[in-house]
Structure formats: C-alpha cells, structure tokens
Design a protein around this ligand. Structure first.
Ligand SMILES: [Mn+2]
Length: 425
C-alpha cells in the first residue's frame, strides 16, 4: 500500500470540529442517526477491475499515467479506495482481461485489503486473439451452433474462475443484436439466447446467481437481443430461481422511469444486481450522481421500500452492487471516490424518508404532500452522517481531499510510469 493508515485518518482539528458540529445538527433532525450510520457501514459497493484505467471513446483516449498493469496492481488500487472510504470492499473481475494465474495468491492478496470477490463478468462482445470463431454477429444468440457453444463454454470457464476466488455470481451482458432491419429473426435469436443461458445456468453452483443484464442499444443500433428489463425478466423467469435481472442505470432509453422498473422487478423478487453510473444521453458512463442525483435518490427509495424477505437487496445475500463507469477526463480513482460518495449520500437520504407519512399521502391522493415528503429527505444534508460512518471504521474524513493531499497519483506515476496502461482497455 502506498499510503499508511495513520496518513488516512490524520485530520485537521478544524475539519474535525466542523464534522462534529454538522453531525450534531443532523442528529437533532434525525432521531435514528446511529441506525443509519450502521446501515451505511454495512453497505459495500464493488469496483470493477476495468474502471481503474482511463476510459476511452471511439475517438480517442487520454490516459493520465500510473495505471495498474496487472491484476495485483488493480487489487491494490481497490484496496486503497477501500482504505479511504471503507465502502468499496469488493472487486468485480472481467474474464479474460483479469484471469488469475494463481487464484490462491490472488485471494489472499484481496484478503489482505479486506476485499471480497463480487460477480465475475464474461466477455463475448469482442474477439480474443486466440479465438476460433468470431462474435461479429453475436454470441449466445448466434445462428451458428458452434459459435453459441464457444460462448457457452467461455461463460462456464468464467464460473470456474469465480469459484476459485469465492465469487458467487456471474453477470452476463451480451452485445448481441442487429444493426439493420431484416438482419435477424427476433424469435430465433431470443430462443437461441435462452437455450444457451440454460446451459450456463446448469453449470452454476447451488449458491450462485446468474445476473442477466440488459441494454437498449450500442454496439448494435437496430435491435438488442436483451434490450430491456422485460426481455431480461422473461429470460430470468424461464431460467429459474437462481437467475435475476441486473439493472445498469445507463442502459435505458432517455427518460426511462428506472425507479418504477426497480419497484416492479423487486415486486417479482427478480432484481439481483445493480450497476451504478450516470448519463445525460445514453450509456454515458459518467460519475454516479453527477447528472441526475434526484433519480438516484428515487431509485434508493424503491430499493429500501421494496425490501422483501425472500430477496432482500441489502445484507449478506443481497444484490450485487457495482459501479460501472468509465470516461476520459477525470482521474479514475478520484472518479470512483466521488461515485461511492454519491451512492452513500443517496442511500442515506432515502433512509430518512418518512414512509408512514408517504403511504398515508398516497392513500389520500395527497399529491402535494407526497412530493414534500420525498423532497424533504432529498434536501437534508446527510454528508456528515456519511462521513461519520467512514471515520468510525477507520476511513478518511474526506477521501478525495486525502487522496490529493497524499499525492497518490504522483506516487503511482513514479512507480509505474506515465505510459502504463490498464489491461483490458
Ligand atoms: Mn453494466
């Protein structure tokens, strides 16, 4: 680790005093503040191994230097984020970008940073150099049984890597679709996908989940075979009780009501995973909470309100939570710190919604009160409560400020060079 624990917790007296005053004021408004702090402490969001390098666009990539060169360095960086904010205690691997050469070593390295392995992710959206058949026209939905078989075997391979690391879920995102009308027989494509997923499902260990991610468009621009939550839910329902829908915030058409989708998927006990990011136009992969923080709050409102005993979102058997963002202009580590902060804030704000009063307002068709109740929670400053959860567990009072003060990026560049590029991007 390039920074020490005592450097993380070292805080100016004036900053600590401000924190104390802020927290005292919040406590005076919210009687169950300690309960909320405990919930925040328990909530961990996975960092994907591919978010640590600068994300490019099809027009260019502008890396900032010092990027992690291998899986060990990626784990160390997530360990660093977790040490700063105490909320990033999990890593989500992408296969084949991060194949662990020696799983036992990788597992104990992650243990040393207090990191767990969240969902493993398969990749059939690009061809690998040693690959026999191409995914140009899709993978699990492909017209050629041979291509489907190759993609199925890859997914089963990913499950095996996951087992060796203690992961308990597989996320499948397919780029399968079509770019032009007539290119694809929709029904056959769907049936092929289902059949392929059934084989993958059959290879899941008993305690595993299969998370079926959907996306409206890109890289295909006419149709996507798993294009929306209905198609994902249909597949997950046909597959069985270990299959769930995964919601990625950026994978909807503009202005989709994501909180309503979340509510209904939870009603069916079929929401299993969540990818956080933000967007203005499409799958922009921007920092969580940077564009639509109110939407994020409304989603957390549904996540908390829809808490069902048979499929609880929070806790040990809860959903797979992950940040799925990547862009060209910020330091990726700073971006991840901001994203986690935004998630924790939205969660904290949603935890203080007066649910009893809201239910009453809904029953009485009191529309104005319903809005007031939600916005009262959204406008409450929960930053001190989020910070308190962090410092109680040994994190930094202000992770981003600490990251800059300790000159982490400069140290990484010194260690790895200006031209090091994260694997996979
Ligand atoms: Mn995603």
């Amino acid at each position: 680790m390039i920074i020490r624990e005592e450097e993380i917790t070292r805080t100016e007296t004036a900053d600590l005093q401000r924190q104390k005053n802020g927290l005292n004021f919040t406590r005076s408004l919210i009687p169950n503040t300690d309960e909320i702090i405990q919930k925040l402490i328990d909530f961990q969001v996975a960092i994907p191994s591919w978010a640590l390098g600068t994300g490019g666009t099809r027009f260019g990539r502008f890396p900032g230097g010092g990027e992690p060169r291998n899986l060990e360095e990626k784990i160390a960086e997530i360990g660093l984020l977790h040490a700063l904010n105490k909320s990033s205690g999990a890593i989500s691997l992408h296969i084949p970008w991060d194949i662990p050469a020696n799983p036992a070593d990788i597992k104990s390295l992650a243990d040393s940073y207090d990191l767990k392995f969240d969902a493993v992710n398969s990749n059939t959206f690009q061809d690998q150099p040693d690959q026999k058949l191409s995914y140009k026209f899709g993978s699990l939905h492909h017209v050629d049984k041979g291509v489907r078989k190759q993609a199925i075997e890859h997914n089963i391979e990913v499950i095996k890597h996951g087992i060796s690391l203690g992961s308990e879920s597989l996320t499948v995102w397919l780029s399968d679709g079509s770019c032009f009308p007539g290119q694809l027989n929709f029904r056959k494509a769907f049936e092929n996908t289902l059949e392929s997923l059934q084989e993958i499902y059959g290879a899941l260990p008993e305690n595993w989940k299969l998370l079926v991610e959907y996306k409206a468009f890109e890289p295909n621009f006419y149709s996507t075979t798993i294009g929306d939550w209905g198609q994902s839910l249909l597949l997950a329902s046909k597959l069985g009780k270990k299959a769930f829908t995964l919601v990625d915030l950026g994978h909807h058409l503009p202005n989709a009501n994501i909180e309503q989708i979340v509510a209904l998927l939870m009603m069916e006990g079929k929401l299993g995973g969540f990818h956080f990011n933000d967007s203005k136009y499409g799958d922009d992969d921007l920092t969580v909470g940077s564009i639509k923080p109110y939407q994020l709050f409304l989603i957390f409102n549904e996540l908390i309100g829809g808490n069902q005993e048979n499929n609880p979102p929070f806790g040990k058997q809860g959903f797979g939570w992950m940040i799925d963002a990547s862009h060209n202009v910020k330091d990726p580590l700073e971006d991840l710190l901001q994203s986690i902060e935004a998630i924790m804030l939205s969660y904290a704000q949603a935890l203080i919604i007066d649910r009893k009063a809201l239910a009453e307002a809904q029953t009485n068709n009191d529309v104005a009160s319903a809005q007031e109740i939600l916005q009262a929670a959204f406008r409450t400053d929960m930053r001190y409560v989020v910070a308190e959860a962090r410092i109680l567990t040994g994190g930094a009072l202000n992770p981003l400020e600490t990251f800059r003060k300790l000159r982490v990026r400069e140290k990484l560049i010194k260690e790895r060079g200006l031209k090091s590029i994260a694997t996979g991007l």
